[in-house]
Design a protein around this ligand. Structure first.
Ligand code: GMT
Length: 378
């Protein structure tokens, strides 16, 4: 099949999932065309089955806002015609489903019928898409998609609760590639550069937005380090990072916290991590938690959204109510102090991650594409 994938190219779960999906589909023999405004951060290798088409938005002084949706839908029309694309798969409803639908209509006008699959990722439904300024357009474009998928049951429920959706939604969970290169023993591990032998390493990876509750992470670590010699690795960039750095200074723990910025080598950091923190306000799935678990790192997370579908309480980690940093700190300290339990949780985390193996999940998307191709045109 020839599949066009539209996604956000930045550091963020939806772009990562879309990129990894495209790369795996290419390995399985499909021709993949990424269409976005810059090369997706995880799209390192272009090959004969992987193509990237950049959307340019010409600047014009009259415009206060440059019309990206317009440029994207025009590019989609051109690329579908040029490469005879079979299926359009848009990740994140805003504005991709909207632009995709416009492209679909323009193509239909020329007698070209292309099915559109929309994958909902989380904030496009629970935070941004739900805003009254966007809601009618988001509802419309979801309802106009040929097939809709969501990355968790929780997100599916939220979508029906928050929007007037008349379509079925297929749940396809996010996935992870678990191959031998990801095993700890095959990654050059620079643990000794980060911490002393006797210290535990706690990690957080995100785009440091408010929804991640970055302050909670610092405060949980503050409690942990009083009881367990430890270091905190903070990976990523975003609006909450500066405040977190200041808080570390105020609490006097700045020498125990390392801020890395964005990284494309998270496996190298996760390989020496003992515990992962994800106390988010909401999380439709929590891909970062899954990535940690796939490296054998247990997770202390909130129980919001789809996190309970990924992190198994008392098995791969612990879940708590949002904002309950007392319980999160207590769970973390008990786990880090008990070597046997920690070792068992590390094994359990990996076992849980295996349920989301890329080789089990990507065929579900292939089935969705075949389902979409069978849809009658309206
Ligand atoms: O929250 C992020 O880190 C980014 C955001 C995105 O849209 O890129 O992530 C959302 O999609 C991810 C991939 O499906 C999910 O794993 C995240 O849970 C989800 N984020 C939220 O729901 C807050």
């Amino acid at each position: 099949m020839k599949i066009a994938i539209v996604c956000y190219p930045t550091f963020g779960g939806s772009g990562v999932v879309a990129t990894e999906l495209g790369l795996e589909l290419a390995k399985r023999g499909h021709e993949i065309h990424f269409i976005t405004y810059s090369q997706p951060v995880r799209l390192a290798l272009l090959n004969q089955n992987v193509h990237y088409h950049e959307v340019h938005v010409p600047e014009y002084p009259l415009f206060h806002y440059q019309p990206y949706e317009l440029a994207l839908s025009s590019k989609l029309v051109d690329m579908v015609k040029l490469h005879q694309i079979d299926v359009l798969h848009v990740h994140y409803a805003i504005p991709h489903a909207y632009a995709g639908y416009m492209a679909k209509q323009m193509l239909a006008d020329e007698g070209i019928h292309i099915p559109m699959v929309t994958t909902l990722h989380g904030t496009d439904i629970t935070l941004v898409g739900n805003h009254p300024f966007y809601k009618p357009a988001v509802s419309f474009s979801i309802n106009k998609s040929d097939v809709v998928t969501s990355v968790s049951q929780s997100l599916k429920d939220d979508t029906y609760r928050l929007f007037d959706i008349k379509k079925d939604i297929d749940v396809i969970p996010n996935f992870i590639e678990l191959n031998k290169d990801k095993l700890k023993e095959n990654i050059p591990c620079h643990r000794s550069l980060m911490a002393n032998e006797y210290e535990k390493i706690i990690t957080h990876i995100s785009n440091f937005r408010k929804v991640k509750r970055i302050e909670d992470i610092v405060r949980i670590f503050y409690e942990i380090q009083k009881e367990v010699p430890s270091k905190l690795m903070m990976v990523g960039e975003g609006p909450e990072k500066e405040g977190a750095e200041q808080l570390c200074e105020q609490l006097g723990i700045q020498n125990k916290v390392i801020f890395f910025g964005n990284s494309n080598e998270i496996d190298k950091i996760l390989c020496f991590s003992d515990l992962f923190l994800l106390p988010s306000e909401t999380e439709s799935f929590g891909l970062a938690a899954l990535e940690a678990m796939s490296c054998g790192v247990p997770v202390i997370s909130s129980n919001s959204g789809g996190l309970p579908e990924v992190n198994k309480d008392g098995y791969s980690g612990y879940l708590s109510d949002v904002g309950d940093i007392t319980k999160m700190s207590k769970d973390a300290i008990l786990l880090l102090k008990d070597e046997d339990k920690l070792a068992q949780f590390k094994v359990n985390a990996l076992a849980t991650a295996k349920l989301f193996d890329i080789h089990n999940i990507v065929p579900m998307y292939e089935n969705i594409y075949y389902k979409a191709l069978n849809f009658k045109h309206d």
